[in-house]
Design a protein around this ligand. Structure first.
Ligand SMILES: [Zn+2]
Ligand SMILES: [Zn+2]
Length: 538
């Protein structure tokens, strides 16, 4: 221990052992004895570039979730009551994270603040999954303000409109020999074409390739997908459920793979996809008013941005919206491209497994890393798309509105067009800032947290069956009598990161030995060949 350990060596050991490489130190206090212990808690990253073991664990969890709901025989049980203990623990963790965030910001460490923001997002997701409504701390950025006039309803008038039955389970079909089939579907939806592309995804004619429309379509694609599921349910008259993943095609446009429970005729899917659209009712951004050399300036007395020459205040966001007339066109309309694939999949076939692998294949990669960007044309293709994305407004609060002579909503000093921090502007998102996995509410009747608990419970069962009930992730008898607290950066009790990692590896070894012993005691073979799920807290 006298030699400082190289961080990357320790990380390699951790990865090899499936242990989180960016653990958060948490203090566990036994409320009976007052004893405290520092426990490395996994970071829970979903991207392998951040933490390979956590990302792989998250991907496997998604695979399990996908499999559970795809071919259900019975309606999933309605959402269980939220486990209030979990919600409380998460809320406390969130409070700790907020405090930690304030600390690192005060110390000027914006990178770490970004990481903490991500954790806060994850905790919020978990809270939402538990059925805790609203966010623990509201971010008041995107409150809907106005009701659209009827003319602007996003109806698809050419579709059948049936009342939607509560049913979510697919129908069965009986073959002549009496075999009963319960088929489901695998669906792929794509964006429109922006110009001809080569096999490697790069445009044949970069000058005429419509990067602006590609950027806008990517930014608003999630809204289009929502609209599609709504339209589909109304058109078929039952509550279609899906597990969908978003990934880029080689040409870098997003496309959606979805496992659908039950079957819908292909012709109907085509009809719904063709009739579905989403209109963006924002002020027009076709012509910039200001360029980089002459940008609006912040004015304290006006409490907003003013024209750099005349000093006249810019149009407020609300006034700009009010200026959109009844006869104006929407700023943008998103539609699906003509390519649509839909295949039937029956339960428990090799195809099901392959399709689930396909659906979750890219989940651990950022969108720009899903395909190899190897050649110069490919790099330039990404560059041009990234450039278009940098200047498109991402939301009503985006700094890019200044370029079009409009005050962003909740305007404040320091906004620079082209430097908005919104996710869609980042190169690695390719314009898609939303969730990569979209799961309908009644897919499996379980939240991701339930699936996670299933895995821990599964291991606990295996161990308990043989009288092994040690502590660690498999079972902590004192779980209800302990308090957890996140160690703030700079806490004198916080161990060096390398030591925390080694501690986690040792814990994992001990735990695995326990599991192996249990397995040996049972004569082996009790655990499925795919191995046990990864433990929650390695
Ligand atoms: Zn991790
Ligand atoms: Zn933005």
């Amino acid at each position: 221990m006298r030699m400082p350990l190289a961080r990357h060596v320790v990380e390699a050991v951790a990865v090899e052992n499936g242990v989180c490489i960016r653990p958060m130190p948490m203090r566990r206090t036994n409320l009976d004895t007052g004893e405290t212990q520092i426990i490395p808690v996994p970071c829970g990253a979903t991207l392998a570039s951040k933490c390979p073991p956590c990302a792989e664990k998250a991907r496997r969890l998604r695979m399990a979730q996908c499999k559970t709901g795809w071919h259900l025989d019975d309606e999933p049980v309605p959402d269980p009551d939220p486990p209030t203990g979990d919600a409380k623990a998460l809320a406390t963790l969130r409070a700790d994270l907020e405090a930690a965030r304030a600390d690192v910001l005060a110390a000027g460490d914006t990178e770490q603040a970004g990481e903490i923001d991500e954790l806060i997002g994850q905790v919020d997701d978990e809270l939402a999954a538990l059925g805790v409504r609203g966010k623990a701390a509201p971010d008041n950025r995107d409150r809907p303000r106005r009701v659209r006039s009827t003319k602007r309803r996003q109806d698809a008038p050419d579709l059948p409109r049936l009342p939607v039955d509560r049913r979510t389970v697919g129908q069965t079909f009986e073959a002549a020999d009496g075999t009963v089939w319960r088929p489901s579907m695998f669906l792929t939806l794509t964006c429109d074409s922006y110009g001809h592309v080569h096999k490697d995804g790069t445009p044949v004619d970069p000058a005429s390739y419509d990067y602006r429309r590609a950027a806008r379509d990517a930014i608003h694609f999630p809204k289009l997908i929502d609209r599609f599921w709504q339209n589909l349910r109304r058109a078929v008259g039952w509550d279609v459920q899906y597990f969908a993943a978003l990934e880029p095609q080689k040409r870098l446009a997003p496309h959606l793979h979805a496992a659908i429970r039950g079957t819908v005729p292909r012709a109907m899917l085509r009809l719904v996809a063709a009739a579905t659209y989403h209109q963006v009712w924002w002020p027009s951004t076709d012509r910039p008013v200001y360029d980089d050399h002459r940008l609006p300036a912040w004015d304290d007395t006006a409490g907003g941005y003013v024209d750099p020459d005349t000093g006249a205040p810019l149009l407020s966001w609300d006034d700009a919206l009010d200026g959109i007339g009844e006869d104006d066109e929407p700023a943008h309309v998103v539609r699906f491209g003509p390519q649509l694939r839909a295949d039937g999949v029956t339960a428990n076939t090799a195809t099901t497994g392959r399709m689930i692998g396909y659906l979750t294949k890219y989940l651990t990669k950022s969108l720009d890393a899903c395909h190899d960007i190897a050649s110069d044309p490919q790099r330039r293709h990404v560059d041009r798309l990234a450039d278009a994305l940098r200047h498109e407004p991402c939301s009503p609060t985006c700094a890019n509105w200044l370029r079009y002579g409009i005050q962003p909503r909740n305007t404040r000093p320091g906004l620079v067009p082209g430097r908005c921090k919104g996710k869609v502007h980042r190169r690695e998102t390719l314009g898609f800032g939303g969730r990569r996995v979209l799961v309908s509410r009644r897919w499996s009747g379980k939240t991701l947290t339930d699936h996670r608990h299933d895995r821990v419970a599964f291991i606990r069962q295996q161990l308990e069956a043989f009288g092994h009930t040690g502590d660690g992730p498999a079972g902590d008898p004192a779980a209800n009598r302990t308090a957890w607290q996140l160690l703030r950066p700079g806490d004198p009790a916080a161990p060096r990161r390398e030591h925390l990692l080694l501690h986690a590896v040792a814990q994992r070894h001990a735990w695995r030995a326990q599991l192996d012993a249990a397995r040996a005691a049972a004569g082996g073979g009790l655990l499925p060949a795919t191995g046990p799920p990864l433990p929650d807290a390695a």
